[in-house]
Design a protein. Sequence first.
Length: 132
Amino acid sequence: MGDNDIAHANVAVISENLPNEFSIVFKTEGDVKQVDQNSALGFRMDFHTSDGYTKSVYFQNGIYNENRTADWAPWGDGDAPDMVVQFEGDIANIDLSDYVPNNFNGRVQLSFHMQNTGAGTRAKLTLNKISK
C-alpha cells in the first residue's frame, strides 16, 4: 500500500490443471487492518466452463466487508464473488472439488486482491500443492 491507507492492488493469472488440493500461504508485513468498508485482503478463484467464467470464490482471513461498494476487477466473471470463504491464520487449505461448478473445464483465473489495508502494509501469497 506504500504510504497510503487507501490504495488498491489486484493481479491475476490464468491456470490450468491445478492440483485438486493445495494451500495458499499469506505472509503480510506492517499493521494490516480494515481501514473502511472497502478494505480487503484475499485470493479469488474464477472458474471457467463452456459458458465462460460462471462462478467465483473469494478466500479471505478477516479483512473483508460484504457491504463493500468498490468495484471488483473487470476480469473473470467481473462481479462480486458468488461465495466468500473465511479462513483462520495464514494458510488456506483448498480442495477444488468443494467449489468447482458443473461443466468446469480445468481453467481457473487466480487473483490476488489487496485494498485499503493501511499504509506500510504488503502481502505475499504462495501456492503449494498438498502432498498425501
